[in-house]
Design a protein around this ligand. Sequence first.
Ligand SMILES: Nc1nc2c(c(=O)[nH]1)N[C@H]1C(S)=C(S)[C@@H](COP(=O)(O)OP(=O)(O)OC[C@H]3O[C@@H](n4cnc5c(=O)[nH]c(N)nc54)[C@H](O)[C@@H]3O)O[C@H]1N2
Ligand SMILES: Nc1nc2c(c(=O)[nH]1)N[C@H]1C(S)=C(S)[C@@H](COP(=O)(O)OP(=O)(O)OC[C@H]3O[C@@H](n4cnc5c(=O)[nH]c(N)nc54)[C@H](O)[C@@H]3O)O[C@H]1N2
Ligand SMILES: [Mo]
Length: 768
Amino acid sequence: MSDKHIPTGGDYPDLEVGHNKEWAVGVPAILHSMEPAIKEMGALRTARLMTAINQKSGFDCMSCAWPDPGHRNMLEFCENGAKAVTWEATPVIVPRAFWEENSLTSLLDKSEYWLGMQGRLTEPVYKPRGADHYEPVSWDRAFQIIAGHLKALRSPDEAAFYTSGRTANETAFAYQLFARAFGTNNLPDCSNMCHESTGTALTETIGIGKSTIAYEDFENSDLIIVMGQNPGTNHPRMLSALEDAKRNGATIVAVNPLPEAGLIRYKNPQKVRGILGKGTAIADHFLQIRSSGDMALLQAVARRVVEAEDAAPGTVLDHDFLSEYTLGLGEFMEHIRDVDDAAVLEATGLTLEEIDLVADLYIRSERVIITWAMGLTQQKNAVGTLKEVINLLLLRGNIGKPGAGASPIRGHSNVQGDRTMGIWEQMPEPFMDALAEEFDFAPPRAHGADALQTVAGMQNGDIKVFFAMGGNFIAAISDTEVSEAAMRGTALTVQVSTKLNRSHVVTGEEALILPTLGRTEIDLQGGRPQFVSVEDSVCAVHASHGKVPPVAPGILSEVAIVCRLARETLDGSVDIDWEGFEQDYDLIRDRISRVVPGFESFNEDIRRKGGFILPNGPRDARRFDTASGKAMVTVNHLEPLERPAGRLILQTMRSHDQFNTTIYSLNDRYRGIKKGRDVIFVNPDDLAERGLHDGQRVDIFSEWKDDPDRVLRNYRVVSYPTARGCAAAYYPEANVLVPLLSVSDYSNTPASKAVIIRLEPAERQTRA
Ligand SMILES: Nc1nc2c(c(=O)[nH]1)N[C@H]1C(S)=C(S)[C@@H](COP(=O)(O)OP(=O)(O)OC[C@H]3O[C@@H](n4cnc5c(=O)[nH]c(N)nc54)[C@H](O)[C@@H]3O)O[C@H]1N2
Ligand SMILES: Nc1nc2c(c(=O)[nH]1)N[C@H]1C(S)=C(S)[C@@H](COP(=O)(O)OP(=O)(O)OC[C@H]3O[C@@H](n4cnc5c(=O)[nH]c(N)nc54)[C@H](O)[C@@H]3O)O[C@H]1N2
Ligand SMILES: [Mo]
C-alpha cells in the first residue's frame, strides 16, 4: 500500500508540537487573517473584499453556513473567512506551461496543499485517453467531448453529477434540471458525507430536515447545548452569538471528546473587551464524552426527565404540547425508563454527576437549543442519536417557541440551499411533480445514487461518467485507495473547479478540468453583472454579489457551464431556454419561484436588503409535515460502538488552517501543532497503557470486519487531553482509514468519526 500520494507520516521534517490553547480568536486571529491577504492580493483588493464579506450588498462568505445577524458589524467575518476569501481571490494563476511541465504521474505525488498553492485555474484542459498530461482545449471542444460521452451512454444512469456545497441556488437549480432532463437522479453531493444523518432523522421526526430556530433565538435561550462541534475553528462567528446568549443569562454546555479552544474561552475581536481583556469562558460546563457516546448520554438525560415527571406528575413534561403536537410518547416513556446507567457510563465515559447536572439544567430551563455538527452526524448511530436530540427537545416543548429548538449547524455555505433547489438523489414527489409541470417533461422518478453508491457504481462499472460541480470528491470520500481505484475505472471525469486538487489527478480514462468563477468575482452576463443567492443554516436566503474582477478573462461562471453543457447534450429534447438562463439569472429565479415553495416572489424578495426567511413549519407554527402530521417521539435502541480491547475510536477532523480538503497552512494553532499534519492525538493514559509515548512514531491500523487492515504509517503521537479510549487525526489524510462500508445506519454517511484503530510502534522511527 502506498502512503505517498497525500503526505503521510514523516513527510513534515519541520513539525513542531506545542501546547493546546484554551482561548480562541482575539487579536492574533484577525492579524493572522489579514497578513496573507495583503501579501498576496495587495491592500486595495484586500480592502475591497474584506469590507464586502457578509454585508447586505456584498458577497456571502464561502467558509461556512453560519447565519448573519440582522445588525451587521463593519467587519462581519472571521479569521477563517478571510483565509477562504484570500485563497479564492488570489491573483496567482496556474500558467499555461504548467500542463506541459507536470505530468499526471508527477502530480500524483503532490499534496493538497501544494496543488492548491499553484493558483487559480484559468483555461479548460483535457486529458485524452492514454495521455499523461492535460492540454489546453477550447470551451466548445470541452462541451463536445462531455456531450459525446453522455449521449453514447446506454442509460443516463451511467452518469453521476456531484455537487459541493459552495454552489449557489441558481446554479444548483439549473444543474439538477439538466441532470433530470438528461434522465438521471444520480445527484450525489457533499451533504451525503456531512449532514445527511440530520436530514434523515429530522425529516422523519419533525417533517423538515433543517434547523427549527431563527438567528435571534440564540439571544433568548436559557440553555444551549453544543454537541460534536468545534465552532472556534469551523463557525467562529457562532462564538459571538454564544457570548451574547451568555450575557443574556444562558447557560452553555459543550459535549465533546476534545476541549476545543473556542468552547473553553473566547476573545471577541469585534469588541474592546475581547481585545484587551481575558475574554469570555464560553462553556459553563464541559462534558468530555467518549466518541460515539452521545446517544447514551441523551437517553440517560431523557430518562431523568421522565423520572422527574414520575416523581411530580404534571410538572416536568409539556403535556399540552405533547398531546396536541406529538405521537409516540407512551412507548418512548416505557422504553426510556429501562436505560441502564452502567451501560451509559461505559459508552460515555462520563460520571453520574455530570449526567445528573445536564438533566437538572434541562428540566430547569424553559427555552433550550441543541446545536450539533459532524461529531454527531458521522457516526454509525447518528440517525438514532439525532432522533434522541429531537425526543429530548419535544419532552418539554422546546420546538417552535422563542429561544428554543434543534439547530444543525451546516458546513458549506450553501449546502442547505442546494438541497432546497433539488440537489438530492431522492427528491420527494411534490418537487418532481412541480418540475414536470413547469418544464413539461417527465423527470426520472427512481432514486439515484448518493456519494457512496456512486463509488459502488464505479466499482461495478455501472457509472462511467463522473461530473463534479466543485468540491474534491476523491479526497472527501472515505477509503481513499479503494475509491481512487474505482474512479480510475470510469471513462470520463469532469471537474468544474476554481483551484487544483486531488480530484484532478485521479481521473477516468479521459478527463477535463473546467475553470470557473468564484463567489468573490464579478460575473458579467449579457453586459450586466449577475448576482446569485444562498441559504444559511437558519433558512435565511440572501443575495451574493461578486466584488472584484475575475482573475483572468475567459473563465466561465458555473451557470454558464451548466447551460452550455445542457445545450450541447440535450439537443432541445426538453424545451428549456438555456441561452436565456445564461444571460439573465432572473429567468432562473422566475422558474424557481414556480417550483420551490417559499420562493414565490423570489426576484422581488431577493432584492430586499438582507433577503428573506423561508417558511419553516416547526418554527413558525408547530406544524409538522410528517406522515402522521405530528412530531414523532421515537424509540431508538442503544447499540454502543464496539471497541475491542486495546483499540481506540479514531475521529477524523479539521485543523484550524484548512477548509475541508483545502489546506491553507500546515498549522493547527489552537491545538499547538505547527508545520505538519502527520499527527495523532491520544490521551496520555491510553499511551501509557500501550507503552507508547509522546513524540513516538506509530503506524495506525484500522480494523473492519474481515477486511485486511487499512494503514497510515509513521504518524507522530501527540499526548493530548482527549477523552479516554479516543484518538483524533486530520481529514482528508486519514480517509485511507475509513472503510467504505462503515456508515451511519439509515443515512449512509461515512462514519468518519468512529474508526476502530490500533496503534503499533512504526518500523521506521523518523524524528521524535
Ligand atoms: N474553517 C473551516 N470552517 C469550516 C470547515 C472547514 O473545514 N474549515 N468545514 C465546513 C464544513 S463542510 C462542515 S460540515 C463544518 C464542520 O464543523 P465541525 O463539525 O465542527 O468539524 P470537525 O472538525 O469535523 O469537528 C467535529 C467536532 O466534533 C467533535 N467530536 C468528534 N466525535 C465526537 C463524538 O462522538 N461526540 C461528540 N459530542 N463530539 C465529537 C470533535 O472533537 C470536533 O470538535 O464546518 C464548516 N466550516
Ligand atoms: N474523513 C472525513 N471525511 C470527510 C469529512 C470528515 O470530517 N472526515 N467531512 C465531510 C464533509 S462534512 C464534507 S462537506 C465533504 C467536503 O467535500 P467537498 O465539498 O467535495 O470538498 P471541498 O474540500 O470543500 O472542495 C474543495 C474544492 O472545491 C473547489 N471550489 C472551491 N470554490 C469553488 C467554487 O466557487 N466553485 C467551484 N465549482 N469549485 C470550487 C476547489 O477546486 C477546491 O479544491 O468532505 C467529507 N469528508
Ligand atoms: Mo460538511
